[in-house]
Design a protein around this ligand. Structure first.
Ligand code: DX5
Ligand code: ZN
Length: 218
């Protein structure tokens, strides 16, 4: 059983409020907010003001994914009553422990993401402090890319480590999730599945969320 976090990166930005309400009402557990700066990743998406424009809509809590350099400068901008997690990239944070504590100081869950080429051993000393570990299953920057299956071994490793050391973090995957691979993603031990194009590319958004939830066992 896993939760669903649809990524608004693939939504119709001109109808963002309406579409996020539809997917939330249909059962999305979080709204995944992909922030890209054109430096850490080769694409620019949107910033905190776009996320905050959703505050007056009936949406699921925000699951913020910062694909930006020097995230500490902007963390406060993403804190709202609806912000559940703020996730930063291990590769973008030389003082990761400080950044994680900074996120937690706002009373928000702290997430750490790893790119496909970053091994889990790089997270060894942060796991006990993190609320969420985000395993990228595509190279970050764009929606609609193909799932990199080999990244799933990191999910299995994280499940083992969590059990062995009694850590509490949730495990999320992001990139290339589809109805077709949802079951194998859950079987590996994923707690939260991000899906962008596979949700917002559908004709009927509510129906697609319901189909996903069925595959995820919720
Ligand atoms: C990729 C983003 C993902 C993306 C997922 O850089 O972090 O959240 O929106 O999109 P899909 O599900 O289409 O691969
Ligand atoms: Zn993301």
């Amino acid at each position: 059983m896993a939760k669903l976090s649809p990524s608004i990166l693939s939504a119709d930005f001109a109808r963002l409020g309406e579409q996020t309400e539809i997917v939330s009402a249909a059962g999305a557990d979080y709204m995944h907010i992909d922030v890209m700066d054109g430096h850490f990743v080769p694409n620019i998406s949107f910033g905190a003001s776009v996320m905050k424009s959703l505050n007056d809509f009936e949406t699921a809590p925000y699951d913020v994914h910062l694909m930006i350099e020097d995230p500490d400068r902007y963390l406060g901008d993403f804190v709202t009553e609806k912000t559940e997690f703020i996730t930063v990239h291990q590769e973008a944070c030389p003082h990761l422990n400080r950044t994680v504590e900074h996120i937690r100081s706002y009373g928000v869950g702290a997430g750490v993401a790893v790119n496909p080429a970053t091994p889990i051993c790089m997270l060894e000393d942060i796991l006990e402090y993190a609320d969420l570990i985000l395993v990228m299953t595509v190279n970050p920057g764009f929606g609609g890319q193909s799932f990199i299956r080999s990244c799933m071994k990191k999910v299995r490793k994280l499940v083992e480590i969590r059990e062995k050391y009694g850590c509490e973090f949730e495990i999320e995957i992001d990139g290339g999730a589809k109805l077709e691979n949802a079951e194998e993603i859950v079987e590996a031990g994923t707690d939260i599945v991000v899906a962008g194009s596979a949700v917002f590319g559908a004709e009927d958004l509510s129906q697609r969320v319901r189909e996903f939830r069925q595959k995820l066992g919720t």
